[in-house]
Ligand binder design. Structure first.
Ligand SMILES: [Zn+2]
Length: 262
């Protein structure tokens, strides 16, 4: 049984590389991550990973032409998600899996689920929010800005974030049938993770200006030309923002869970 599941993970990560959903290092990272998650949380942990990964990938591909037309700035490049992006979205859940293997405790499953709820909320918010007909509002600059920038919020994106977090907590319910309070805690923490992501993105993340079209962007290349950095810390990348916000969501849910049980 174990061998069949590991072979299944190998096949899925291989297909992801062939379809360019993941780069080759990204696919190898996802394979190792899948195995550790399987060891820690059996096939149900893999289902949660799969729900996050498949929904995010399909949403990224969905209405792709329209997103590029709108110069969406948050879309991964055509090579697929890199190893760094895999670790940014799944690193906190991977730490929870390691915790479960070292010192098994219900805390880790709550942290694991909330971390994926936050990653899902963030991806859904980015990929659906960018299709908003209205220009989003930047929480730091306090004005409307281009679609796809970190720190920009729209009603549609916020709704998508809540839906993404709920989708993971509903999956958790279907797999483990935890108490309703746990389901709500995971969904709420995932949503808060997305809020933290937006705040960190607005205040700390690097921003660049395109020399050709003068648009603000998070990319080092725009209009096929190198952009100029105008703001932020060079080490504070989108990946670090994603990792930190999913980690905070996981710790928050785990912390409240421990508090509720004491
Ligand atoms: Zn440009």
């Amino acid at each position: 049984m174990e061998l069949i599941i590991i072979a299944g993970v190998a096949i899925l990560t291989y297909i992801s590389a062939v379809l360019k959903w993941l780069t080759i290092p990204g696919s190898v990272t996802a394979f190792v991550m899948g195995n550790i998650i399987f060891l820690a949380f059996d096939w149900r942990g893999l289902v949660l990973l799969g729900v996050f990964f498949l929904s995010s990938t399909l949403l990224t591909k969905w209405k792709r032409a329209k997103k590029e037309d709108k110069e969406a700035l948050h879309i991964e490049d055509r090579q697929g998600r890199s190893a760094g992006q895999v670790l940014a979205n799944g690193g906190a859940a991977l730490l929870a899996s390691a915790g479960q293997l070292i010192a098994p405790d219900p805390f880790w499953l709550i942290m694991f689920s909330a971390a994926f709820a936050a990653a899902t909320a963030d991806t859904w918010a980015s990929e659906i929010g960018v299709l908003s007909k209205k220009r989003p509002f930047h929480i730091k600059e306090w004005k409307k800005v281009e679609r796809g920038l970190s720190g920009a919020v729209s009603l549609l994106g916020t709704f998508a974030a809540a839906l993404g977090a709920l989708f993971i907590s509903w999956s958790l319910y279907m797999l483990y049938e935890p108490a309703l309070v746990i389901v709500l805690l995971v969904a709420f923490s995932g949503f808060i993770g997305n809020v933290v992501d937006t705040i960190f993105g607005a205040w700390f993340e690097q921003k660049f200006i395109c020399q050709i079209c003068k648009k603000e962007t998070e990319s080092k290349i725009h209009c096929s030309t190198r952009t100029i950095q105008v703001f932020g810390f060079s080490w504070f990348t989108n990946n670090l923002v994603n990792f930190t916000s999913t980690f905070i969501a996981g710790l928050m849910a785990g912390g409240v869970f421990v508090w509720l049980n004491n």
